[in-house]
Design a protein around this ligand. Sequence first.
Ligand code: NDP
Length: 285
Amino acid sequence: MVTINGKEIAAAVRSVLKEEVAALKAAHGLTPGLAVVLVGENPASKVYVRNKAKACAEVGIRSFQHLLHEKAAQEDILGLVRELNESKDVHGILVQMPLPPQIDSAAVLEAISPDKDADGFHPCNMGRLMAGMPSLQPCTPLGIMRLIEHTGTDISGKDAVVVGRSNIVGKPIALMLLARSATVTICHSKTADIAKRISGADIVIAALGRPEFIKGDWIKKGAVVIDVGINRLNDGRLVGDVEFGGASKRASFITPVPGGVGPMTIAMLLQNTVTAARLQAGITV
Ligand code: NDP
């Protein structure tokens, strides 16, 4: 069994991006910019936003933080998004979720220009992903694909089981695996006998947010196991959705939590920002 080192792979992605950003600056005078909108004081969101700004700075992407009050009105946020859509310095826009209850999150996501949709959550980009057209794609699934590619696994013809059907992880990763000719099963809270489905899977994507739900002895020998879940236990430990100890005895490759999928998500956000900047400037090489 090999533990997939997401931290190391993400660092390699960031270092390639750093060179790419420097080259864009030198050859085209273009500095990619990412605007992050945070509404309210959610402590976890604040940490995410801070980490994103730090990661941007590391690779030479400019970041712009917009902090709005917890009680901000829908129109305040939509107005800011419209401004950012027009800004020449901003190539990617990210609105940190969750938004306070008075805000219609779907309407906010839809207001972001699809060309600047760094998170790949705009219905237009989701539709393009479904249709197999080029688009800005959601960061966590993009990162998962990179991790699977890193193992050297030939995805075509493999049986993949995705547990979770959210718009940000489960559905898009299922579409990406399908586009690479895996046979994909999507499981959710109403699925009967998940253990049986997982026991036949060559690739397992666990994205349900339930600590160590997937037991080691469900895993087929030699499977590639990607654990997306991040769960904080009462004793403070951070664990994934897969029982790592047991699963690592059967898997050929497995991601740890932390240090697996998490670091890749931010690296793919940076990559999306650079891609968006290139596309907006019409730079294809
Ligand atoms: P959501 O809560 O949006 O979706 C969870 C999905 O899991 C739902 O489709 C739900 O089914 C399904 N589910 C829940 N309980 C069960 C169960 N007992 N059996 C089978 N399926 C179940 O979560 P997200 O997709 O946003 O995130 C999933 C996990 O990944 C979380 O732990 C989150 O923290 C983590 N995450 C990690 C990221 C990273 O960068 N590493 C990024 C994003 C998320 P149903 O639809 O039927 O309710």
